[in-house]
Write a protein that binds this ligand. Structure first.
Ligand SMILES: Cc1ncc(COP(=O)(O)O)c(C=O)c1O
Length: 392
């Protein structure tokens, strides 16, 4: 590397280091749904999004292998080039019935979905209203659309209403996470849809962390709030978290799906999901749907952890889900805490700006349905010791 490129890269990395913000992934190999070998150490994982521990489920692995034997490893091109494979259609149909939607379209990942759907729907004449804490992929989707962008304070429906009232745009989109990925709370979708109705807007919900879990049947936050099937609601979910595979989908009206097939650049210009993966994901959805016990165990585990941490005086914000933030504030101290937990056999990541706002560095603790009561109690005991040791 020479010249400006060398300077830019070295300057960036030095600055990150100085601010305690430099990142580098650890080497992690899962041993089962809870334990992993990370950088050579056996640890219990409390940072994965494999909430239902389906990524190693024997029936899903078998379906993946069967899919590869039947369909090969790749999809060979975009669906508009080499065509839709029956496994794509079967997966879309499976989700359509699971989500009770009129239509479904697959995307290659949640990132792909958000950076394709928002620019396809919104142009310069639209106006976008995003919660201040939405996921980076929604922000990037919004920026790609070139529509004016307003950010309202986290979950603040009054502020959102004030913005909607002022807007002169003909096309208004409210964009939100379902379960907020770093905070574990949820937007009041019922109120949001009321505002959407009142101010003629549409709500786009990215429920990457809620689908498969939230609501009685795990359909997601829209089920949790009892607002499924509302005309003004566009629902996006992913497969890489609760379902343990990979990919994403949008569920909505059939006309919207037809529109996206013709306009969503990530659908048009990218190689489609491998059919074998779709085959495995169908099995994953079947299991998530029928095994309600997993969801119940996950919810009980999350409650146990949140209660234990709150009793110790930790700030878990207003999480009421399986994503439990533990706010430390300082970047370096959150890394120290993460490292101290690692030394005690718990793998929990520190999350720092810009992923979370300045001054709110935290541990992001996530639960799995397969954590045992003692896994969680031991984590709470470790936190109790570290509270004194690190003067938290
Ligand atoms: C809220 C949210 N949306 C979208 C994504 C991206 O999904 P994927 O990992 O499938 O690209 C993530 C990833 O963590 C997320 O947290």
């Amino acid at each position: 590397m020479t010249g400006f490129l060398k300077q830019t890269i070295e300057g960036f990395l030095k600055e990150r280091e100085a601010l305690g913000l430099k990142r580098s992934p650890r080497v992690c190999r899962y041993l089962d749904g809870v334990w992993a070998e990370v950088d050579g150490r056996r640890v219990r994982v409390f940072c994965s999004n494999d909430y239902l521990s389906l990524s190693r489920h024997p029936a899903i692995k078998e379906a993946f292998i069967q899919g590869i034997e039947r369909y090969g490893t790749g999809s060979t091109a975009s669906r508009l080039v080499t065509g839709t494979h029956p496994a794509h259609t079967e997966l879309e149909e499976k989700i359509r019935r699971f989500e009770r939607a009129e239509g479904v379209i697959l995307f290659n990942s949640g990132w792909h979905a958000n950076t394709s759907i928002i620019p396809a729907l919104a142009d310069r004449t639209a106006e976008l209203f995003l919660d201040r804490l939405v996921h980076a992929s929604l922000i990037d989707g919004a920026l790609l659309s070139r529509a004016p962008l307003r950010r309202y304070p986290h979950l603040d429906m009054n502020a959102l209403e004030t913005m909607l009232k002022k807007s002169r745009a003909k096309k208004k989109f409210i964009v939100t996470d379902g379960v907020f990925s770093m905070d574990g709370d949820t937007p009041p979708l019922d109120e949001m849809l009321y505002l959407a109705e009142r101010y003629d807007a549409v709500v786009v919900v990215d429920d990457a962390h809620g689908v498969g879990i939230m609501g009685e049947c795990g359909r997601g936050v829209h089920e949790y709030y009892g607002v499924e099937g509302r005309e003004r609601l566009i629902y996006v979910g992913t497969f890489g978290k609760a379902f343990g595979t990979y990919g994403a989908f949008l569920a909505g009206e059939k006309g919207l799906v037809d529109y996206l097939v013709n306009s969503a650049r990530g659908f048009i210009f990218s190689t489609a999901l491998p059919p074998a993966l779709c085959h495995a994901t169908i099995r994953a959805i079947e299991i998530a749907e029928s095994d309600a016990e997993r969801r119940t165990r996950l919810k009980q585990n999350a409650l146990l952890l949140r209660t234990g941490l709150k009793e110790l005086g930790f700030n878990v914000l207003s999480s009421h889900t399986h994503v439990v933030p533990l706010v430390v504030g300082d970047n370096r101290r959150s890394c120290e805490l993460s490292e101290a937990l690692f030394q005690r056999g718990f793998f929990v990541q520190a999350i720092r700006p810009p992923t979370v706002p300045e001054g709110s560095a935290r541990l992001r603790i996530t639960l799995s349905s397969e954590h045992s009561k003692s896994d969680i109690e031991e984590l709470i005991s470790a936190m109790e010791e570290l509270k004194d040791e690190l003067n938290l």
